[in-house]
Design a protein around this ligand. Structure first.
Ligand SMILES: *Cc1c(COP(=O)(O)O)cnc(C)c1O
Length: 395
């Protein structure tokens, strides 16, 4: 068993901020991962909604290799073509106006908050604005992103964080309205809450928040880091609601495993927020990561990934619903497309996740009682069947 040794060695060196599952992953092919002892896993976690194209996609790998041979990094003091191309593709998919590439989702949130604050500052001629965020939200672990993350026990040890943040209840328009003051500059939320337990926004709620933002000239920031990039059957989850954010954040599947995120602005924010000198990053949007982003969009188009999610989702939902009907420990299913949650009752969700892992299936949890399924977007029917069979074995 190489696994035990490898885990022991890791714990000697790596700061213990995660209670990791007791496996050491080594390589991947398609929608399967393999650990250091050669055990194979069907992957319905995808590195937490990152590896949309699965593993070892030849075209993707070749594009990265080519870019490594050509040029890995230049400073943002200079232009580079891969960034321009990747930017063009993000804007085409989103219908937004301007993009800023970051190194992670968290940093995309930081940039979005700064852009919203800068917009209000430009308009009012002074600072001191507030942000409304949602209970049970997750936006990241840096000080700014943590300030708008709606789980108190993540925040408390690190307070005081960014000031001026108020929390409202997701899918409760009145509770959002109750937090609005004349200092409110932004409302930030996930279009589908991920870490909090897979809660899609109610259409009336999202439309109501958009209308509220329009009336008061409040910036609407939609966090699409987990639910974006085709996962819900649209490039971005908000696209099926008939609303559009002022700022969108994106990351996770954007680079399919290369560390990259983005905040994306509509025309109004692009013209009236961050100015030269206001924001920057050393790595963000370098040629290497942008070659990845660019190729991800090419493969999405060529292989019709978004359409594939839309076509296969009803089958996934049907199979999961059948499972819920059959098993008392599953209360209900929530989700959209390939972002699904099963609410577990009467036993710890971690127990099922661990059983699934020993049965060769990677799934994760969300919130306190939700089993989360965020597979690579390239899964086929047979993988859904295999997942159901392995999950059933684990219940
Ligand atoms: C993962 C996630 C983040 C943070 O992204 P990182 O790349 O881990 O910094 C922010 N928002 C949402 C909705 C996420 O799922």
């Amino acid at each position: 068993m190489k696994t035990n040794k490898a885990i022991e060695k890791s714990e000697e060196n790596i700061l213990h901020t995660y209670n990791r599952f007791q496996i050491v992953l080594d390589k991947g092919e398609g929608v399967y991962l393999c650990d250091v002892d050669g055990k194979k896993y069907l992957d319905f976690a995808a590195g937490i909604a990152v590896c949309a194209l699965g593993y070892s996609n030849e075209e993707y790998k070749q594009a990265l290799k080519d870019q490594v041979d050509k040029l890995m990094h230049v400073s943002n003091l200079y232009y580079n073509d891969p960034m321009t191309e990747a930017g063009e593709k993000v804007l085409k998919a989103s219908g937004m106006s301007k993009v800023f590439f970051t190194n992670s989702g968290t940093e995309a949130i930081e940039g979005a908050l700064k852009a919203a604050k800068r917009y209000a500052y430009n308009k009012a001629g002074h600072a001191g604005f507030e942000v409304i965020a949602m209970n049970h939200s997750f936006h990241g672990r840096s000080v700014g992103a943590l300030s708008v993350t709606g789980t108190a026990h993540y925040r408390e040890p690190f307070e005081p964080l960014m000031g001026g943040v108020k929390f409202a209840d997701y899918n409760d328009l009145e509770s959002v309205k109750a937090q609005v003051t004349d200092k409110t500059c932004a409302i930030i939320m996930e279009t589908v809450q991920g870490e909090g337990g897979i809660y899609p926004a109610d259409p009336e709620f999202l439309k109501g928040v958009r209308q509220l933002c329009d009336e008061k000239d409040i910036v609407l920031i939609l966090d699409e880091i987990q639910c974006g990039m085709g996962r819900t059957g649209n490039y971005f989850a908000w696209q099926e609601y008939g609303v559009k954010p002022d700022i969108m954040t994106c990351a996770k599947a954007l680079g399919n495993g290369v560390p990259v995120g983005a905040f994306v602005l509509n025309e109004k924010l692009a013209a009236n927020s961050l100015e030269p000198g206001d924001h920057g990053t050393t790595y963000g949007g370098n040629p290497f990561v942008c070659a990845a982003v660019s190729k991800v969009f090419d493969i999405f188009e060529k292989d019709k990934i978004v359409e594939h999610v839309r076509e296969l989702s009803p089958y996934l939902e049907q199979k999961l619903d059948e499972l819920v009907d059959k098993h008392d420990c599953l209360e209900t299913r929530r989700g959209k497309g390939f972002m699904q949650g099963l609410v577990v009752t009467g036993r710890p969700v971690g127990e099922i996740v661990n059983k699934a892992i020993s049965n060769g299936l990677l799934v994760i949890s969300a919130g306190s009682d939700v089993l989360r399924l965020v597979p690579p977007l390239v899964i086929e029917k047979e993988h859904i069947d295999e997942m159901i069979q392995k999950l059933e074995q684990s219940l």
